[in-house]
Design a protein around this ligand. Structure first.
Ligand SMILES: *[C@@H]1O[C@H](CO)[C@@H](O)[C@H](O)[C@H]1NC(C)=O
Ligand SMILES: *[C@@H]1O[C@H](CO)[C@@H](O)[C@H](O)[C@H]1NC(C)=O
Ligand SMILES: *[C@@H]1O[C@H](CO)[C@@H](O)[C@H](O)[C@H]1NC(C)=O
Ligand SMILES: *[C@@H]1O[C@H](CO)[C@@H](O)[C@H](O)[C@H]1NC(C)=O
Ligand SMILES: *[C@@H]1O[C@H](CO)[C@@H](O)[C@H](O)[C@H]1NC(C)=O
Length: 334
C-alpha cells in the first residue's frame, strides 16, 4: 500500500503543459506500420496511398462480468470497487507500445544484471525525465548492465486518450523505454499492470538476473542495490530473492473512506500475507517467474504489493526486509 499525495498535482500539471508543447510539433496522421512522420508524408506525396484502414484487434475485448453485481451489497460499494469486480477476470489487453529488444532479445537477456521496472502513468512525463537522468539511467555500472522500463496503461477517453497515447509514442521513439497496454491506468488496476509486465518479461527478457520493481516517485540508490545483489552468495538470479520494506500482520482496511478500502466482497479473509510495500522492492528473475506462474491461479486483488505477497506465499516463498533504499514519500525523509 502506498501514499500518493498532493505533491503529484503540481508535477502532473507541468507534465501536461510540456507534453502539449511537444504534441503540437508532432501532430500527424497515424499509421502503426510506419515509424516516422517523415516517411509517411513522403509516401503520401509520392504515391496516392489510400487512407489506412483500421486494424482489427487480434484479441477479443474482455466483457464485463454481469453476474458480479449479484454479490450481496454490490450496489452499496463505491463505484471503483464495482468497476473492479466487473472487470476482475480480465488479464489480457493489447500492447500499444513495446520495446522488444530492451534486453537484447530473450537469448541475450542474461547479460542484463538489473532491470528497473517502473510503474508510471501517461501524464507523468516529468517524473520519467527525471528518472532517466538520475538513478534510473541505463548504463554499465560496477561492471554490470542496468536497463530500465516504464510500464503504463492509458488515461482519459476519446480524443484526449488518443492525444496522450501519441505523445507517449513519440516519447518512446526517443527513449525506447515504455511498455504500454490498453487498459485504464487506475489505482485499482495496478495488479493488472504488474501481471502484464511479468507476462512481457517471460517473453522478452526471461533471463535478466534481478529486477527492481518500483513507482515513479521513489528514489533508489543504484550503487547500494548492485552492491547488495552482487553480495548474494551463489544467487545470480536463479534462486529466490524478494526484499523490500516488509509489512506483516496486517489485513484489509474495511473503512469505505480509505483509498485502500477492501470490502469483504473483494476479499473475505481478514488478513494479508507478509508483503513488501512502500513503492519498491528487489527480486530475482526466478522469483518473478514463480510469481507470474502463481498469478494464473490467484484471483486478482487490487492492491498490487499485497497480491505479490499472495503469490509468494502460495509458492512457499517469503519476502524479506531490507532498508537499502529510500522512499521519498516516507515522511521521515521530508
Ligand atoms: C499503413 O500503411 C501501409 C502502407 O501504406 C499499409 O499497407 C498498412 O495497411 C497501413 N497500416 C494500417 C494500420 O493501416
Ligand atoms: C463473475 O462474478 C461471479 C460473482 O462474483 C463469479 O462467481 C464468477 O466467477 C465471475 N465470472 C468470471 C468469468 O470471473
Ligand atoms: C479509470 O478508472 C478511474 C478509477 O476507477 C475512473 O475514475 C476513471 O473514470 C476511469 N477512466 C476510464 C477512461 O475509464
Ligand atoms: C481496469 O482497466 C479496464 C480496461 O480499461 C477497465 O475496464 C476497468 O474499469 C479498470 N478497472 C478499474 C478498477 O479501474
Ligand atoms: C509453473 O507451473 C507449472 C504447473 O502449473 C509447472 O509445471 C512449472 O514448472 C512452473 N514453473 C515455474 C518456473 O515455477
Amino acid at each position: 500500500m502506498r501514499k500518493r499525495g498532493v505533491e503529484t498535482i503540481a508535477v502532473l500539471l507541468t507534465g501536461v503543459i510540456c507534453l502539449v508543447v511537444i504534441f503540437k510539433k508532432n501532430d500527424y496522421e497515424e499509421n502503426e506500420t510506419l515509424t516516422s512522420v517523415k516517411s509517411y508524408k513522403t509516401l503520401r506525396s509520392q504515391f496516392s496511398v489510400p487512407k489506412p484502414l483500421t486494424l482489427q484487434p487480434l484479441y477479443s475485448h474482455c466483457k464485463r462480468n454481469e453476474s458480479a453485481s449479484k454479490v450481496d451489497g454490490f450496489f452499496t460499494l463505491p463505484n471503483e470497487i464495482q468497476d473492479f469486480l466487473y472487470y476482475r477476470h480480465c488479464r489480457s489487453f493489447p500492447m500499444l507500445l513495446d520495446v522488444p529488444d530492451k534486453c537484447g532479445g530473450p537469448q541475450n537477456s542474461a547479460d542484463v544484471f538489473l532491470l528497473l521496472v517502473i510503474k508510471s502513468s501517461p501524464v507523468n512525463y516529468i517524473r520519467r525525465e527525471v528518472l532517466r537522468k538520475t538513478w534510473a539511467e541505463e548504463r554499465v555500472y560496477l561492471g554490470v548492465q542496468i536497463r530500465k522500463i516504464f510500464i503504463v496503461g492509458t488515461s482519459k477517453t476519446g480524443f484526449q486518450k488518443k492525444k496522450l497515447n501519441k505523445l507517449l509514442k513519440i516519447e518512446n521513439e526517443e527513449h525506447k523505454d515504455i511498455l504500454q497496454w490498453d487498459f485504464n491506468d487506475s489505482f485499482f488496476n495496478l495488479t493488472l499492470k504488474q501481471i502484464l509486465f511479468l507476462e512481457w518479461m517471460e517473453r522478452r527478457c526471461p533471463h535478466a538476473r534481478f529486477l527492481l520493481n518500483g513507482d515513479d516517485d521513489i528514489f533508489a540508490n543504484t550503487f547500494n542495490m548492485i552492491e547488495f545483489l552482487q553480495g548474494q552468495k551463489d544467487n545470480d538470479g536463479d534462486k529466490h530473492l524478494f526484499v523490500g520494506h516488509l509489512i506483516q500482520n496486517v489485513g484489509p482496511i474495511r473503512h469505505p473512506a480509505s483509498k485502500y478500502y477492501i470490502p469483504v466482497q473483494v476479499q473475505e479473509s481478514d488478513s494479508y500475507p507478509p508483503y513488501c510495500g512502500g513503492g519498491g522492492f528487489l527480486l530475482s528473475s526466478f522469483t518473478a517467474r514463480t510469481i507470474y506462474n502463481m498469478s494464473h491461479s490467484i484471483t486478482v486483488l487490487p492492491i498490487d504489493d499485497v497480491y505479490m505477497g499472495m503469490c509468494l506465499i502460495k509458492a512457499g516463498l517469503k519476502p524479506e526486509s531490507h532498508f537499502g533504499y529510500i522512499d521519498l514519500r516516507d515522511t521521515r525523509f521530508l
